[in-house]
Ligand binder design. Structure first.
Ligand SMILES: NC(=O)c1ccc[n+]([C@@H]2O[C@H](COP(=O)([O-])OP(=O)(O)OC[C@H]3O[C@@H](n4cnc5c(N)ncnc54)[C@H](O)[C@@H]3O)[C@@H](O)[C@H]2O)c1
Length: 319
């Protein structure tokens, strides 16, 4: 489907910018709303001049900013809600803001979609499961949260959990809502500073110091998912007729330990050392998706192996 009027909140961020590029290339009219907390104009360089695209600097919690985006679009057919405070270090350091932006941003954009009878796609997270008791993460599994007195890591997972509740409530009220849970998306433009994500951090450390710092003992595993596969999941969820309230785990089923990841990335450099530091509270031991619903209902599965993706990412940095 093309020629839709689409709002992408968080559209100047890592996933949002790639999603905007794809939606514009498909022939849609797109407005990206972003506070520029972690997004940037540079992420959107390829489409900033396009007549079908506009970037609006504003706050997803502000209804005037949301209304201005709809006015710029001339109506609203679809909302992709990606705006959030993301990045593990922030979850510990800025729990109040994480809860405020993530929960209120979801409520305001759900209200906007309802007011315009627009379809709504929510970027949730596997962290909505908290510290789950079993893997792979499967719909219907318990979402397990630990005592906030010990640490506030789950400000983020808890905000996504509440977001899912708000989405399911809106679905029950008749809104067409889809929920996407991306599993460790990676690719060019991923943030590699201390507030960033592990693959980009390792590449940055490789270039700056030839020493990769692993959090904890490195035995924890993750499922890394190439950005174009993640964007494909969002597009499929937004553009197809689906039952409302569906939830899709968008993740590679290739389970990789962090020490294995560090060793693979070390091979791109020369005489690279791997060191070990403190782990984060609440960092789950495994994070593996069950993607049966994504395969059957969405027609989605990942197509890029980790080795292929790491090579593409390295090329994007060095070529
Ligand atoms: N990257 C992943 O692997 C991953 C995994 C699970 C879930 N998610 C979710 O997907 C979405 C996109 O993630 P990302 O990796 O692109 O993160 P990101 O931080 O690059 O993108 C989020 C964007 O939201 C913007 N933002 C923050 N506060 C805002 C506010 N008050 N108003 C408007 N914009 C605001 C930021 O500036 C940023 O550009 C997020 O909701 C995130 O929680 C991402």
């Amino acid at each position: 489907m093309s020629d839709m009027r689409i709002l992408v909140t968080g559209g100047a961020g890592f996933i949002g910018s790639s999603l905007c590029e794809k939606l514009v290339a498909m022939g849609n009219r797109v407005v990206a709303l972003d506070s520029m907390f972690r997004g940037s104009e540079a992420n959107l360089e390829s489409i900033l001049g396009s007549e079908n695209f506009a970037l609006y600097a504003g706050d997803v919690r502000d209804v005037d900013d949301l209304d201005a985006c709809v006015e710029a679009l001339g109506g609203l057919d679809l909302v992709y809600h990606l705006a959030a405070i993301n990045g593990t270090k922030w979850f510990h350091e800025a729990a109040h803001s994480v809860i405020d932006v993530n929960v209120n941003g979801t409520l305001r954009t759900l209200e906007l979609a309802m007011a315009h009878d627009a379809k709504y796609v929510f970027a949730s997270s596997p962290e909505a499961f908290g510290e789950p008791l079993s893997q792979p993460l499967t719909d219907g599994d318990a979402m397990v949260f630990t005592d906030p007195k010990a640490h506030q890591r789950h400000s983020y997972g808890g905000s996504k959990y509440l977001g899912e509740i708000a989405c399911q409530h809106a679905a029950r009220d008749g809104l067409d809502v889809q929920i996407i849970r991306p599993f460790n998306a990676y690719g060019p433009r991923l943030n590699g500073d201390e507030y960033g994500q592990v693959i980009a951090m390792f590449f940055q450390q490789l270039i700056e110091s030839s020493e990769l710092n692993v959090h904890g003992d490195g035995s924890q595993t993750r499922s890394f998912t190439w950005i174009e596969d993640v964007v494909d999941g969002f597009v499929k969820a937004g553009m197809q007729d689906l039952p409302t309230g569906e939830v899709f785990n968008i993740g590679s089923t290739e389970e990789v330990s962090i020490i294995d990841l560090a060793e693979r990335i070390a091979k791109f450099g020369d005489k690279v050392e791997v060191s070990f530091g403190d782990g984060y509270h609440g960092d789950v031991k495994r994070r593996l998706p069950n993607i049966s619903n994504s395969k059957q209902v969405l027609g989605w599965q990942s197509t890029v192996s980790l080795d292929e993706g790491l090579k593409m990412m390295w090329d994007s940095i060095t070529l």
